[in-house]
Design a binder for this molecule. Structure first.
Ligand SMILES: C[S@@+](CC[C@H](N)C(=O)[O-])C[C@H]1O[C@@H](n2cnc3c(N)ncnc32)[C@H](O)[C@@H]1O
Length: 309
């Protein structure tokens, strides 16, 4: 099957409108290649080799795919008109649209390099939205459209958090996911049986992406999402907090766990390069938290901490 790849390169301000337009038109595999975002992740000590390495010289590339069928000419016309509208509403920004025909194997193959249905731990299965999968009765499927934000389940820190959630969510807990990205950890917690989950992210695009993934998984009644800076201003309490951030942010978060984390509760803290483990644990100890478990994969460590009794 042939697909039409639609690439819009646009200044950052127009990205959300373009991505929304693609989603509204039902385009598959919307992906945002933002060199600035990738640089900011790298500056935070992250290794983002699993993100697309290329991007436009300036601005952001938003790509989507539509099947080549009888509806395509009308849909491309609509996209052209909608991009023109976006540019007319934001006259100070620049944008360019390109179309290209690709064979299914080309784009599906490229995507699969990054996103495949993956079984993690004993029960969790992370499935990109466009793949088919028939789970066995004991499996718990988390469906993700990864285009909009970080969190596909391919990074070691995400993998370790998912595996630990499987162990620490027994059912009925209140969970907070700090730095929710695509919502992958929040959704996994809810699918594993948490009663109520709050996902927080400072990036409005991540919040939007997490919201659409929560809806995709049919758990909007149990997962709420909000924009915020770590746990600042959070009034809720939680039995379990999960945060896949960076060493520096985890050090700040250490001082915010009280009084949100309930007595006897755990925090799963990830995104820490092993070289900085001791320093992060010092900050946690100062805040009164002891490490009950430390897991390492590649150069990344994930800590499970709880309040010192
Ligand atoms: C490494 S991603 C983790 C995504 C997902 N939870 C996962 O495990 O794959 C970190 C996320 O934290 C968010 N973030 C960074 N600084 C933050 C802050 N101060 N407050 C809330 N979220 C933040 C980023 O926008 C990003 O979505």
């Amino acid at each position: 099957m042939q697909w039409s790849e639609i690439s819009v390169s646009i200044d950052r301000e127009g990205v959300e409108a373009v991505a929304n337009m693609f989603h509204e038109l039902g385009a598959g595999g919307v992906v945002i290649e933002d060199p600035e975002l990738i640089d900011s992740y790298r500056a935070g000590g992250w290794e983002y080799e699993d993100l697309p390495p290329v991007g436009p010289e300036r601005g952001v590339m938003v790509r989507a795919y539509l099947p080549v069928d009888s509806r395509l000419p009308a849909r491309l016309q609509e996209i052209r008109a909608r991009v023109d509208q976006i540019l007319a509403a934001l006259p100070h920004i620049e944008g360019k649209i390109e179309f290209r025909r690709v064979e299914e194997e080309d784009w599906a193959g490229a995507w699969k390099r990054y996103y495949q249905t993956t079984k993690l731990g004993k029960r969790l299965v992370i499935k990109p939205v466009w793949e088919e999968y028939s789970p066995s009765p004991e499996e718990v499927v988390v469906e993700i459209d990864p285009g909009m934000a970080f969190g596909t389940g391919t990074h070691p820190s995400t993998v370790m958090c998912l595996q630990l959630l499987e162990e620490y969510v027994g059912g009925g807990e209140r969970v907070i996911d700090v730095g929710t990205g695509s919502g992958i950890l929040a959704i996994a917690a809810a699918r594993l049986g948490a009663a109520a989950v709050i996902g927080i992210d400072c990036d409005p695009i991540a919040v939007k992406s997490a919201r659409s993934n929560v809806e995709l998984n049919g758990i909007a009644d149990r997962v709420s999402l909000r924009q915020g800076d770590l746990l600042a201003g959070v009034q809720d309490t939680a039995h379990l907090i999960v945060a896949n951030l960076t060493a520096d942010l985890i050090k700040v978060l250490a001082g915010q766990l009280d009084p949100i984390l309930l007595p006897g509760g755990q925090a799963i803290l990830a995104g820490i390069i092993t070289a900085r483990q001791a320093e992060v644990q010092d900050s946690l100890r100062e805040a009164g938290y002891v490490t009950c478990e430390a897991r390492t994969q590649d150069d990344w460590v994930t800590l499970v901490v709880q309040k010192e009794r």
